[in-house]
Ligand binder design. Sequence first.
Ligand code: HEM
Length: 343
Amino acid sequence: MTIVFNEETFRDDFTFRNSPVAIKRFPFPFHEDRYMYSVNIEPHVKTAPGSVYEHAFDVDEHYVAEMRDRELVLAEDPLRCQSLPHMELAGWDLLELIMTSKAEDYPDLFELYRDGDSWRWINRPLGIDDSFTFGDASTLPYGPMEYITRQTQGDFALLDQRDGNLWMDAGIVTTQADWSLDFDIGMNFFEWHGPVPLAHDMRVFERALKFLLNLQHGKPARRLNWTMTINPRLDTSPENYHKWGTDRATVTPENVGNLVHLRVELQTFWRLPRSNAIVFPIRCYLIKMDELVTVPKWAKRLHRVLKTLPPELIDYKGLSRYHGMTVEWLSRYDDGSPTSPGF
Ligand code: HEM
């Protein structure tokens, strides 16, 4: 196989690490020295080989370990995966999208054989070889959405479109930045975005929804979102807040480099052909400060972004306890010289 998969954990002993290759391709999200919410949506087109945008669904060195972590979360809490009855067709759409994309993009890892509705799916990294009937959930061990997303990095929300709005009527959410599928299921676009500060007044959500309602099949879009996390923990859910909330109090000036992680979400948007639903994959990339500062221009820029971050965002993203310490720690990598826009 072309990718060497890491043996690593996202809990307990936290052995997660990025290789130099993974650092190099990390989707650093800041184009300027300041950050504010915007409708930062662009076409999800393939770019340079090796980048996280090279393929429709990026598979990287963390794949196998992330799928193990998902399995652990679901075993403890099955409500992390829910699908209202009318969303099963969207689940099949999603299964088709992921299987065809992965088989085309990573032929050495995934294979798909189709003869009418008789399908055979081979997933080499996870040791899966299943034959099933497309459209007949009884021929799979789980429903179609759960089956394929147990084999795909990132969280997934499946949105039904009706009454000029989007409704979160299905999803699998085990690697989220402090929001809950169980709480949000059945909500619409404005309702689940209710807690986000400032963006409503800026009409970000109004414009974003308008864009999404007109999303065309075959023309996916993407955006980056970000926050910060203590330890490389994927499951920072409200359900498990008691396990990770106190981590924020463990940050000291000495351990910022090892404990504080930038958490970037590559969010994509896809119209699905049969159901007319939208699938919203949220792929999480983690990088600790010690790794991030190996790219000097990122260190300098992150220092400036954090230093000037509006207080409402510091609070909403849950950074208050360690924000000042991280800015101070990063300041040693910022000589004050101008940065160039972009990258
Ligand atoms: C936050 C879902 C699309 C902008 C969130 C949250 C959820 C969510 C669950 C967390 C809210 C909370 O605190 O409980 C979704 C889904 C989308 C979608 C399912 C797909 C239909 C978008 C789009 C934009 C956007 C298109 C804007 C261009 C934001 C922003 C935040 C947010 C700015 C706050 C993030 C932060 O500061 O970390 N979204 N969203 N979302 N969303 Fe969305």
